[in-house]
Design a binder for this molecule. Structure first.
Ligand code: BGC
Length: 735
């Protein structure tokens, strides 16, 4: 449809029809068996449903086609509906959680995983996924860190753009594509204390420098939609923020998509203390150009009175309707309202061997080997190995935000993969305990996961004793421990970030019986893992790995493949250090006063237990000297930073080379180090590779003391190394 036709169509719509377009009604109102991802708090009439412009949560082609057909038949202008859902890390084939994908440090991989997700999703009939979530996260207590790529602005921005490219392909009318909706705009990840739905109050400099770039990267990659956040930023609720949704998104970034609220977040501005009057709330959202209100009724009830009273104009309303119709047009819905919805194509799309292969590979790329005293890979021959822990026979390893109502294969358990990979094995198995013991009953009650809690003391003792017996005569014990799947994602903020006590008890008692422990953890946030790490010979973090998790883990344990992920979020020593992240600003006491009068704690180091970028693999690399092609550049010049790395280990492997820069003096304080480049490269055993990065003044821009975005002259240190702890650097001057 041409632009002119869209405008003509808008001209023909009644006010009720316009309100319909900008109101999203949950799928549960259309059919019964749909997962509601938020609270049901509204009544909708038959007319509301008939005029509704979009819905969410319905994920299968037959139902979508049925609803679309009825809708078009009944709609006065035959405008098709939009179907959206949270397809976060896979539709049928589930890939590692986004935080794990962040650890891959691999844009091509993230793009590919999202492309595969789109290829599985498009034939379901869905048009939009509420992904990627690129909220910068620095506090492991927040449950939704699982859904983010991690703590770094640069890495998140790169992966954010890659995700959008993967979902959307070349153009949204192409088969196998879906529209992206980057979220939650803005700074949702900056909630104080990691508290769910908490307060965000950060400086405009930090907002612009740290938090906004990943959203901007998605917008620059032409993300079809942006979702506004629940939170207020400095007292201004995001879902009605003209500053965020109009001034930044539209005027500064020139982005032309459609903004959708989060679930009821227009209505929830009431709780921020803005007003109890839905008309006032909708006025704010309309003026901010929020095109679709998700699952609340401020637009439904507020728009007419606002127009009558002259508080909003028809032109302002039409802008919102335009954004919605424009989106429908980009998706090709006016020509083909069913788009790619097709049961047979879906069946083919979700059963592809190639997708499963890549899913498995992605687990290895995302898993982080945090420690290895040589215990990994395991030797299959001649060793007696015990596998112990609650994740031995647990297939609930897909992770958060795996939406219901979709036919998908279960993940396999580690035990079943071991048994099929090694049919003659003499492994010893023991579950040891359930995921939770009574100590975590408050958490268990919150998640309603009583069956995963051991309440029987005798049984608890029996299971742990069995595990201790199993461990006694073995050469190696592999412990499979982890968080509960519900302990990550929305509504999973936690004040304690250790493993559940029952698992710690199991670990301690097994270790008394056998010190040769390899620990595997499944988690959706950085954990306080010091005790486990210090008392294990090797520690492998596989996050929540998705459909192919168990197969990939067994390959990694026995060395058929290798973990190559790097931490995209720091692990604290203890929860008391949160938030902790590598690119912190210096303080007056952080440099000179290294010993006594230094920033930090008396009872704990001032650095994380595992730092951003850290991670081992099954070989080692040595780094040569950094070479800079120039020692000074002007604002229009480039310089090249080079380093040689050599694979000095016993096998071929991947190394993620990281470039950090420090601005030594500026009009405002600058971080101790900032990631400015990374390259994941494969180097054969004994070989040397030369890695180079281009550096220019664009990469050095900052928000200066007057909030201008400029590069300031002066000295810069260039660090190239294995992770954010790298110390070697060379200096150049920007003149
Ligand atoms: C979440 C969003 C999600 C939406 C729709 C909200 O509660 O914050 O991330 O996309 O629900 O399910």
């Amino acid at each position: 449809m041409t632009e002119k036709k869209i405008l003509e169509l808008i001209g023909k719509l009644s006010i009720e029809e316009k309100i319909g377009e900008i109101t999203q009604i949950p799928g549960g109102e259309f059919i019964n068996d749909v997962e509601m991802t938020g609270e049901r708090n509204t009544e909708y009439t038959e007319t509301d449903l008939a005029l509704c412009g979009s819905t969410l949560g319905i994920c299968n082609p037959e139902t979508i086609k049925k609803i679309q057909k009825k809708h078009i038949e009944n709609h006065p202008h035959k405008i098709p509906m939009l179907f959206m859902a949270d397809i976060i890390h896979g539709y049928s084939t589930i890939f590692p959680i986004p935080l794990a994908q962040g650890c891959s440090f691999d844009e091509a991989l993230v793009e590919k995983l999202n492309q595969l997700t789109a290829e599985e999703t498009a034939p379901s009939g869905l048009h939009i996924t509420f992904s990627p979530m690129v909220d910068l996260v620095r506090d492991a207590r927040w449950g939704r860190v699982a859904e983010s790529y991690g703590e770094d602005t640069f890495l998140n921005s790169r992966l954010s753009a890659a995700a959008v490219r993967g979902y959307q392909g070349e153009k949204l009318t192409d088969e196998g594509t879906i529209g992206a909706c980057v979220k939650h705009f803005a700074a949702y990840g900056a909630v104080e204390g990691g508290r769910e739905y908490g307060v965000v109050d950060i400086s405009e400099r930090s907002l612009r420098q740290d938090y906004l770039p990943p959203y901007k990267a998605a917008c620059d990659a032409d993300s079809a939609m942006v979702m506004s956040a629940f939170n207020a930023v400095g007292g201004d609720p995001a879902s009605g923020s003209k500053f965020l949704l109009n001034d930044i998104l539209r005027d500064e970034w020139n982005w032309k998509g459609a903004v959708i609220s989060d679930w009821s977040s227009v209505h929830l501005m009431k709780s921020h203390g803005i007003s109890t009057d839905e008309a006032v709330l909708s006025e704010k959202a309309v003026k901010a150009r929020l095109a679709i209100e998700m699952c609340s009724t401020c637009y439904k009830n507020g728009i007419k009175p606002l127009l009558d009273e002259g508080k909003i104009t028809m032109e302002e309303l039409d802008l919102l309707v335009y954004d919605v119709l424009n989106l429908k047009n980009k998706l090709g819905l006016f020509e083909n309202p069913y788009r790619f919805a097709d049961k047979d194509s879906l069946e083919k799309a979700v059963n592809r061997e190639e997708t499963r292969r890549i899913a498995k590979e992605s687990v290895c790329q995302s898993s982080v080997l945090l420690k290895n005293d040589g215990a990994l890979p395991l030797k299959n021959k001649g060793e007696k190995i015990a596998f112990i822990g609650p994740y031995l026979e647990n297939d609930n390893i897909l992770g958060t935000w795996v939406i219901g109502g979709i036919d998908r294969p279960n993940a396999r358990t580690v035990k079943s993969v071991l048994d099929s990979e090694f049919p003659q094995n003499e492994f010893i198995y023991a579950n040891g305990c359930k995921i939770y013991g009574k100590e975590q009953s408050r958490e268990v009650e919150f998640f309603s996961e009583a069956e995963d809690m051991e309440t029987n003391d005798k049984l608890r003792e029996k299971l742990i004793n069995e595990a201790v017996e199993a461990a006694k005569d073995c050469d190696t014990v592999v412990m499979l421990l982890g968080e509960h799947v519900r302990a990550g994602g929305e509504l999973a903020a936690k004040a304690h970030i250790t493993l559940p006590d029952i698992q710690l008890e199991l670990f301690r008692r097994v270790r008394r019986a056998n010190k040769n422990i390899v620990t595997v953890i499944l988690n959706q946030r950085p954990l306080d893992i010091c005790e486990i790490a210090e008392n294990s010979k090797a520690l492998l973090d596989i996050w929540f790995p998705g459909t192919m998790g168990a197969e990939a883990l067994v390959d990694m344990l026995f060395g058929k493949d290798a973990p190559t992920g790097r931490l995209s979020m720091s692990f604290p020593y203890t929860v008391g250090q949160c938030p902790i992240y590598y690119n912190t600003l210096p303080t007056d006491h952080s440099l000179e006063y290294q010993t006594h009068f230094a920033t930090g704690y008396v009872d704990c180091p001032n650095v994380p237990f595992y730092a951003f970028g850290e991670g081992l693999t099954y070989t080692d690399f040595s780094y040569g000297e950094i070479e800079l092609s120039k020692s000074e550049i002007n604002m229009n010049e480039n310089l090249t930073a080079k380093v040689k790395i050599t694979n000095i280990g016993e096998r071929d492997g991947f190394e993620t080379v990281q470039l950090y820069i420090r601005d030594m003096a500026a009009s405002v304080s600058r971080p101790l180090k900032e990631l400015k480049g990374f390259k994941k490269i494969f180097v054969e055993k004994g070989e040397t590779a030369e890695i180079s990065f281009e550096i220019n003044s664009e990469m050095l821009k900052i928000y200066d003391i007057n909030m201008n975005y400029v590069a300031e002259k002066g000295d810069f240190r260039v660090f190239i190394g294995h992770d954010s702890r790298v110390e070697k650097y060379k200096t150049f001057e920007l003149k």
